[in-house]
Design a protein around this ligand. Structure first.
Ligand code: BGC
Length: 247
């Protein structure tokens, strides 16, 4: 069964159809830069464009970078403030005519990584999946079960949001070396470790590919591994979630 998964991010909106039984992409992956400003109607047009280009009809799953409950966005950290309180599922339905299921972007990516990526080897215990990109996204799993909307990127560390200390955007904006950034990121990880004592931490997002460059500088007790599905996880997990929730 091929289902359209969409990953709405701070810099790009990506979509592809996914075989939800194998976790493989069935179509090309389309990426369109996130419009500026990233207001709902502009993002809705981009989603409609992806649907059109893929000539898709059917249910849609979408990951969105905010707290999402029953299709509504309850925060707007790295997107336009108009998203707060906005019905994201309703917008996608209006823009495309397709029924949509929307969940937090990191939760979507985590679901895919736990089923088809490195997490499938860790179905017991507590797993903390993190996406490090424009912000820091988190997905928390206990015995394979997702606890949604954990939002650990906004945990205050010495008075500042974790994602304002050590996201990949911070590394790029401040032009930090991997060693300098790792020091900041290790402080974030140590805080998570002290509070949640996970059995495994999986690092996703763009930096999962660069794991060799920084892992040697991060000394924490918990095992950390890079995600395997890299930047496809968000698309795959969104498609999986649509099937599980809409069919
Ligand atoms: C948002 C989260 C999101 C994360 C990664 C944070 O700023 O609050 O909802 O998962 O960025 O995109």
């Amino acid at each position: 069964m091929a289902i359209l998964g969409i990953d709405i991010g701070g810099s790009g909106i990506k979509g592809a159809t996914v075989d939800v039984n194998t976790g493989e992409l069935v179509s090309d992956r389309i990426r369109i830069p996130t419009p500026r400003p990233s207001k709902p109607k502009h993002v809705g047009s981009v989603v409609a464009e992806i649907v059109k280009r893929l000539n898709y009809q059917g249910i849609i799953g979408a990951g969105f970078p905010a707290v999402i409950k029953k299709g509504i966005s309850y925060s707007a950290a790295n997107v336009h403030k108009d998203w707060k309180g906005f019905n994201v599922e309703g917008l996608i339905h209006k823009a495309t005519g397709c029924n949509a299921y929307v969940l937090n972007d990191a939760d979507a990516a985590g679901l895919a990584e736990m089923r088809f990526g490195i997490g499938k080897e860790q179905s017991k215990g507590t797993v903390l999946f993190l996406t490090i990109g424009t912000g820091i996204g988190s997905a928390f799993f206990v015995n394979g079960q997702l606890m949604p909307n954990s939002e650990l990127g906004h945990l205050k560390i010495r008075g500042k949001d974790a994602e304002h200390r050590a996201s990949d955007a911070v590394r790029q904006i401040k032009d930090l070396s991997w060693k300098e950034w790792s020091k900041k990121f290790a402080e974030v990880l140590k805080t998570y470790e002290a509070l949640f004592n996970p059995d495994l931490i999986i690092l996703g997002g763009g930096i999962s590919k660069k794991f060799d460059k920084y892992s040697k500088f991060i000394d924490i007790k918990t095992k950390i591994v890079p995600a395997r599905l890299e930047n496809l996880a968000g698309i795959i997990g969104a498609a999986m979630a649509a099937v599980e929730n809409l069919e």
